[in-house]
Ligand binder design. Structure first.
Ligand SMILES: Cc1ncc(C[n+]2csc(CCOP(=O)(O)OP(=O)(O)O)c2C)c(N)n1
Length: 704
């Protein structure tokens, strides 16, 4: 017995969550105790009385989702996962296998924020089972939850059948003042309201404190009016400790079928800490020994005991949260088994999707692109390929941030449809209109991917700056989201420097886990899509041109399947003799054609050049040394790289003496071909650079 006073079971559980959070932070000497203390009753009420979640299988497809958008309050989530007995899943090939190990053990709680613990500083998807999405950057969790709610609506509309409600889960997110302040939450809430996502509930833990002090310093708008204007139902709980009222509000949410719900819960950060409650001091640092003891006393706990779990607490969670989850999941399994008999094809699709597999014949309808000097823009080639694949893969879906006519990402086959409000009705459209909301679009795409859908999101490449927070988390989580970025260089032209990407290529190449592909012609686009579709554990960026690019003669130059190796020898004047070339011309995307033109001219002059198409640095770096040496022989020091983007990184491939033709400033408002010429992206300039390289190489060889 660690309890000092009798308490009702609800309060005992709530206070256990509070003290576990305090002790995690205190032992780690790092973290955020205050919000777990204030929000514990709210989270408890939701989990214990409502959440449909089987602790033995955190991957049950129809589980309710709980997103801790206040990721810094992770100690609260870890307490819940521990007390609820949620089990860790093990990744085995593409299956998530259940285990009997706890996702969060007592040892994990006691090593909060230390290497190897499942209690990481902020919740990390894929590491701790029961964490539905990685959170920490404020606003991401709530925005991602909108994607999860969209996925639920889409899955229900696509796969539910009379008598078979396979997908009827709800999505909850616990948010704080910071989430509400971030612009991202406004974008996401606006779209959720428009779509009338009635199975979405955000609970706003309103404690009026953020890091610099009272929110009165910066945040005085009427949140209720704001969300009402978005089309949300807004409910209020005046005191977080009043779980009867929270229960009532959650019941109202469950009955609401025409709009999302925001429950604003007034709470006290650090509730129960005599000197730190309601102050920023409770936000991001341990309470301290004395304050900890006082708070425990206030809760009726023994001040001397750390990580106490009073008798009856686990049992209480197991009787309510656990039993509900077991029985709901069991009923679902029975339902799905019967569904499988009646609708075997649909059930097979659900299985396939959950395992992130591709359907058979997914690539059977791919187009062919014949040699064509005029060619076509890689965005147009991509449109054809995307449509061919999507027509055979029902759960490949997505859209653009109000730019689909430009990104060419509209699915135009007869049965594609549009995902429109109200989302809870039978609406399985696959074209998503995200509106001019790039950041939310990417967070939503992640939320959809977390529910098994294969999503794509599209915009102009330059606007990835607006999406970066969400893309970074997708890469961290290993989500196979497909990003389609068009208008990929200064060649996009007249819109000028604000719309012309420069540093974006380098920045995505710097992002761990991101696979970037910048194909050079329509046939490279096909190969790029093949690679992207087979990804299971990370996002990809397809970087595409607005302008037409010649479709290369593949009988004259190498086959486009070389894309799979990231870089390949496209044209080589020494191929027949096996000699080393005199000069290497390296490029990606639209600049490859320039190099081919230079190569032909050099061949005419008797110079043996080699063109290396480099659509993906990441894939090339994964090749063995022998292949990389074969493509870029160390002995050839005369090299020119050509890419209409920042130079950063090209020195790796051009070596010590090579020439980098790149952008060293922002672009220019002018027609694309004029802008390209102005910055040296023309054959004459590439030729001059190659000749100069040859001259310097000779001089190095014979320094007279
Ligand atoms: C995008 C982003 N900006 C800044 C931070 C740093 N940060 C962490 S918590 C926090 C204050 C959040 O206040 P609130 O949501 O009220 O949390 P509470 O004080 O209730 O714990 C800030 C600025 C962050 N995590 N994410």
């Amino acid at each position: 017995m660690t309890r000092t006073e009798p308490q009702n079971p609800d309060l005992l559980c709530i206070n256990t969550l509070r003290t576990l959070a305090i002790d995690q932070v205190q032992k780690a000497n790092s973290g955020h105790p205050g919000t777990p203390m204030g929000a514990a009753p709210t989270a408890y009420c939701l989990w214990q009385r409502f959440l449909r979640f089987d602790p033995d299988d955190a991957n049950w497809p129809d589980r309710d989702r709980f997103v801790l958008s206040v990721g810094h309050a992770s100690a609260l989530l870890y307490g819940l996962l521990h007390l609820c007995g949620v089990k860790q899943l093990k990744q085995h090939q593409q299956e998530q296998e259940t285990t009997t190990d706890l996702a969060v053990t007592m040892a994990d709680l006691q090593t909060f924020r230390q290497a190897g613990s499942h209690c990481t500083g902020h919740p990390e998807y894929g590491w701790t089972s029961g964490v539905e999405t990685t959170t920490g950057p404020l606003g991401q969790g709530v925005a991602t939850s909108v994607g999860m709610a969209i996925a639920q609506a889409w899955l229900a509309a696509t796969y539910n059948r009379p008598g078979f409600n396979l997908f009827e889960h709800r999505v909850f997110a616990l948010a704080g003042d910071g989430d509400m302040m971030e612009g991202l939450s406004a974008e996401a809430a606006s779209l959720a309201g428009h779509l009338k996502l009635s199975r979405l509930c955000w609970i706003y833990d309103c404690n009026h404190i953020s890091i610099e002090g009272s929110t009165a310093l910066t945040f005085t708008e009427d949140i209720s009016a704001r969300f009402s204007a978005y089309g949300w139902q807004v409910l209020q709980v005046a005191d977080a400790n009043d779980i009867a009222l929270t229960t009532h509000c959650l019941q109202i949410f469950l009955q609401t079928q025409d709009r999302p719900t925001l429950i604003i819960v007034q709470s006290h950060i650090g509730w129960g800490a005599p000197h730190k409650q309601d102050s920023a001091a409770a936000h991001g640092e341990p309470l301290g020994m004395q304050e900890t003891r006082s708070a425990k006393q206030f809760y009726g706990f023994d001040p001397q005991v750390n990580f106490a779990i009073p008798e009856g607490v686990r049992e209480h969670f197991s009787t309510h949260f656990g039993q509900r989850g077991f029985s709901e999941h069991k009923a679902w399994r029975i339902c799905f088994a019967a569904y499988r008999v009646q609708y075997p094809d649909l059930a097979a699709q659900i299985d396939c999707m959950q395992r992130r597999e591709l359907p058979e014949q997914w690539d059977a309808g791919l187009p062919r692109f014949d040699t064509d000097a005029k060619g076509l823009a890689t965005r147009d080639a991509s449109s054809q390929v995307l449509n061919a694949i999507a027509a055979r893969m029902p759960w490949l879906l997505g859209g653009a941030a109000d730019l689909s006519p430009s990104t060419k990402t509209h699915l135009n086959f007869d049965f594609a449809g549009v995902f429109e409000p109200p989302a809870h009705l039978s609406n399985a459209g696959r074209n998503f209109h995200f509106g001019v909301r790039e950041h939310a679009m990417c967070a939503i795409a992640s939320g959809m991917a977390l529910s098994g859908l294969r999503t794509f999101a599209a915009s102009f490449f330059v606007f990835t700056d607006y999406c970066r927070g969400a893309i970074r988390l997708a890469a961290m989580m290993g989500l196979p989201v497909i990003y389609i970025w068009t208008h990929d260089s200064i060649a996009m032209g007249e819109d000028g420097p604000t719309h012309q990407p420069i540093e974006q290529l380098a920045s995505f190449r710097a992002m761990p886990g991101m696979l970037l592909l910048r194909p050079a012609d329509a046939n490279e686009v096909i190969e790029a899509w093949r690679i992207v579709m087979q990804l299971r554990d990370g996002p990809a960026s397809l970087v595409l041109s607005r302008q037409a690019l010649p479709t290369l003669d593949r009988s004259r130059y190498a086959a486009a399947r070389g894309v799979a190796r990231g870089a390949y020898v496209l044209a080589d004047g020494t191929a027949a003799t096996g000699e080393l070339p005199d000069v290497l011309l390296l490029a990606s995307g639209s600049e490859v054609a320039l190099c081919i033109a230079a190569y032909e001219q050099l061949a005419h002059e008797g110079v043996k050049a080699r063109v290396i198409s480099m659509p993906s640095w990441e894939l090339f770096e994964r090749q063995d040394e022998a292949y990389r040496e074969q493509v870029i022989p160390a002995a050839v020091s005369a090299r020119v790289s050509v890419e209409a983007a920042a130079a950063l990184g090209w020195d790796r491939y051009v070596g010590r003496y090579g020439k980098i033709i790149a952008m060293r400033s922002f672009g220019l408002s002018a027609p694309g071909d004029v802008a390209q010429k102005q910055f040296g992206f023309e054959v004459g300039h590439v030729l001059a650079a190659a000749r100069e390289q040859l001259r310097q190489h000779k001089q190095r060889a014979n320094p007279s």
